[in-house]
Write a new protein. Structure first.
Length: 84
């Protein structure tokens, strides 16, 4: 069972293979969050999984560090859709 400070296993879309932990999220500042948001906005990833990893990281920031992620919430918001 993961420790209390470990969030679901995920990695950023960068070379780092770190799991998303509360400590990792605490280390984010405005510049690092802006860089992450720019990668998500550019959507130029080597694989769909790399983009998904960054998305999970931004989503974790939106949950645990909303003051940093607020300007970029549009990158993680999911709009409901009708399949009909």
């Amino acid at each position: 069972m993961p420790s209390d400070s470990t969030l679901p296993d995920s990695q950023a879309g960068q070379p780092s293979s770190e799991s998303i932990t509360l400590e990792r999220l605490a280390a984010f500042d405005e510049a690092a969050t802006a860089e992450l948001a720019q990668r998500l906005d550019d959507d130029d990833y080597p694989s769909p999984f790399a983009g998904l990893q960054d998305w999970h990281l931004m989503r974790a920031l939106a949950i645990h560090r909303p003051e940093l992620a607020r300007p970029y919430v549009h990158l993680v918001d999911q709009e409901p859709f009708d399949e009909e």
